[in-house]
Design a protein around this ligand. Structure first.
Ligand code: CXF
Ligand code: ZN
Length: 364
């Protein structure tokens, strides 16, 4: 079928919105009409080739929409179901069987290969050129996506679908890290490094879990102001404050969530850990090497990576929706809406710090 999609064609370039041909769904696939999709940093890392996937590619992995067709071998779905699309997993390997699907052994091929597992492309340009698709089994910078049952999470129909897409990646990543891995309590001092969408989700989850002290760290004042509104008890602006000194003045940290991937920030965060503290690493940047002071780390401190909040999307996405409805996860405060055609403007606003979570609405 003919769809409209934003294609990443050139490294570091702009997206071009084009008419694209989408393959018919296979028996194990769902056809989903995308209502809206978030833009995540990972999409932009591929455009910038920090993660060097071959272009052209239709990216997008925070889709939310309505099921239109259900493959013959898919059970439990019907046309009209509202779904949030998330990362895909095999459901059969050891980590999947052990309730840690974010560490699925098939994570890379299922989410990043640009083709189905059998190698067939799902997207073609009007010229006939094959385009990378199936990104996170969705490629949701598009009016329609092919998804699989495991990465299409059914949600209640009485919530605004246009807000829900980022639950599939950015929000579950930040919130899951706090709710599943760190589990702060009233005596915990938790710092979030980078007050973007993932950091804000971590912060809202920490607030919901009654973390004692929540410190937001960023270099954009408007983001820090929002972080305080969402529950940060303290904030540090690295543009004009000495991070190490401020963290020391606050008594150090028990838990850290780094969403920045910035080596200097990670080193300082590690130095600020208290005995038996844990620093989680969620983001990567251009510069992958970090310097660590080893001796202080020996005091029972942990530095660990976390993929997608180490969560089971089937559990956490509905849970975060309930938290949104009871006011403890006010994700509407993060969203800025754009049309698909405005994707390049949305990206520019993310880089400038104007928009925390850009969401593309397909009907506008
Ligand atoms: C990604 C982040 C980079 C490592 C794999 C998972 N998640 C989505 O943005
Ligand atoms: Zn993402």
């Amino acid at each position: 079928m003919k769809i409209k999609a934003a294609v990443a064609r050139e490294a570091g370039g702009q997206f071009s919105v084009e008419g694209i041909d989408l393959a018919d769904p296979n028996d194990d696939e769902l056809l989903v009409q995308i209502v809206a999709t978030g833009i995540c940093h990972t999409d932009l890392s591929i455009v910038d080739q920090i993660m060097p996937l071959p272009l052209p590619f239709v990216l997008g992995h925070e889709g939310a929409g309505v099921v239109e067709k259900v493959g013959a071998n898919v059970s439990g779905y019907e046309p009209g179901d509202h779904v949030v699309l998330t990362f895909n997993t095999c459901g059969a390997c050891a980590p999947c069987s052990d309730s840690h699907p974010a560490y699925c052994e098939q994570y890379m091929p299922l989410n990043f290969m640009g083709r189905r597992l059998d190698g067939s492309p799902t997207l073609h340009a009007e010229s006939g050129e094959a385009i990378g698709g199936g990104f996170f089994s969705q490629s949701s910078f598009a009016t329609y996506s092919l998804a699989q049952a495991r990465n299409a999470i059914k949600i209640r129909k009485d919530v605004p679908l246009e807000l829900m897409g980022p639950l599939g990646c950015g929000y579950l990543t930040g919130a899951g890290t706090v709710m599943n891995v760190l589990r702060p309590g009233p005596d915990t001092t938790l710092a979030v490094f980078g007050a973007g969408a993932v950091g804000m989700a971590a912060l809202m989850a920490a607030k919901a879990m009654n973390a004692g002290k929540i410190i937001a760290v960023d270099r954009v004042e408007s983001r820090l102001a929002l972080a305080r509104e969402l529950g940060a008890s303290d904030s540090i602006n690295t543009a004009d404050q000495d991070l190490a000194g401020e963290l020391a003045e606050l008594g150090g940290i028990d838990q850290g969530v780094d969403t920045s991937g910035v080596p200097a920030l990670i080193s300082t965060a590690a130095d600020a850990l208290k005995t038996r503290g844990t620093l989680t690493l969620l983001g990567a940047s251009k510069e992958p090497q970090v310097t660590l002071n080893v001796l202080p780390l020996i005091s029972g401190k942990v530095i660990r990576g976390v993929v997608n909040g180490d969560c089971d999307p089937v559990a956490i996405i509905p849970q975060l929706i309930e938290m949104y409805l009871d006011g403890s996860f006010p994700m509407d405060k993060l969203a800025g809406f754009y049309s698909l055609e405005q994707i390049n403007e949305a990206v520019a606003d993310t880089h400038s710090g104007k928009t925390i979570k850009p969401i593309l609405k397909m009907d506008e």
